[in-house]
Ligand binder design. Structure first.
Ligand code: GLU
Length: 289
């Protein structure tokens, strides 16, 4: 049997919505089908956007929905020194350079490399820091979708101008600290996978396996997200959210929306392969609510 350690890593930027519960459920079921551990990590690095009330509501929600962490919950804010150590290693290895391009001066798409003349020079404080991705490997070998690659992200930001370590760096370090073996998350994070795997390789970490599942769209056809103020799930009626997910997946013989969350979790665990059900009913890697 393979050793399996999965995780769900919500950002503490808002309460969980149906798309987040969907993501948590899939990674949970995937882990449990492999007799694995499943960890919860709170991504709370961005102090401007993250709030303690969101942390509390996310944890309460996962608890109410019976999606429980196998080990104590991790918080990114407890790990700043580890991110700094990883950053220093990348810097020592000559991979980082300073960038003062403003967001408005950049075209859409990959970073065009305006500041690459800074490569090899000492970092400048108050500048953003990018990583040189000249040798990035774009293959993913996705465990779920047929997609096997992604577009080149260009030299991406590792540390922001305001001094915050970027999510890509933090996440790569987190997977290493928590010895995560499987990252199962939405297809919208596929480009992040390329970047995080690149960082992991450059730091000499063993990279987890990655699988990306279709994401839920709201009735207006856009991704359900905290940024678009997707409606929070109702904590007092988890069965309603699970029932909504089962309708999207065209499942039959489901529990009732009035049933307890553990009945629903057992039901989802009893399905032979939730992932192939999802990919079977999704169109263009999305599911419309
Ligand atoms: N915290 C990020 C998010 O909620 C990343 C999730 C992940 O890496 O799975 O989008």
């Amino acid at each position: 049997m393979i050793q399996y350690r999965g995780r769900f890593a919500p950002s503490a930027t808002g309460p969980l919505h149906l798309g987040s519960i969907f993501a948590a459920l899939i990674s949970y079921v995937h882990a449990k089908h492999h007799q694995g551990e499943w960890l919860i990590r709170i991504d709370d690095l961005d102090e401007k956007r993250c709030k303690q009330t969101y942390v509390d509501s996310i944890l309460e929600c996962l608890n109410e929905f019976e999606l429980k962490s196998s080990e104590p919950v991790r918080f990114q804010t407890d790990r700043i020194t580890r991110y700094a150590q990883a950053f220093n290693t990348l810097e020592t290895n000559g991979l980082l350079y300073s960038c003062d391009c403003s967001r408005n001066s950049l075209p859409c798409g990959p970073y065009p490399g305006f500041c690459r003349h800074q490569i090899g020079k000492p970092l400048i404080s108050d500048y953003a820091v990018r990583i040189d991705t000249n040798e990035i490997d774009l293959t993913i070998d996705d465990q779920i979708t047929e997609l096997q690659g992604s577009d080149a992200p260009g030299d991406f930001i590792i540390k922001r101008r305001d001094g915050l370590f970027a999510y890509q760096l933090a996440c790569a370090v987190d997977e290493h600290i928590d010895q995560i073996t499987h990252v199962i998350r939405g297809i919208d994070l596929q480009e992040s996978t390329i970047m995080q795997r690149f960082i992991a390789e450059r730091l000499g970490y063993r990279s987890p396996m990655y699988g990306h599942f279709p994401i839920l769209l709201g009735s207006d056809g856009t991704k359900l997200s905290k940024q678009t103020f997707a409606r929070p799930v109702d904590l007092s009626h988890p069965g309603q959210s699970f029932a909504a997910i089962s309708r999207l997946l065209l499942l039959n013989d489901t529990p009732s929306h009035k049933d307890r969350p553990n009945v629903w979790i057992d039901y989802f665990l009893s399905l032979d392969n939730l992932i192939s059900i999802i990919t079977g009913v999704s169109e263009a890697n999305t599911l419309s609510g």
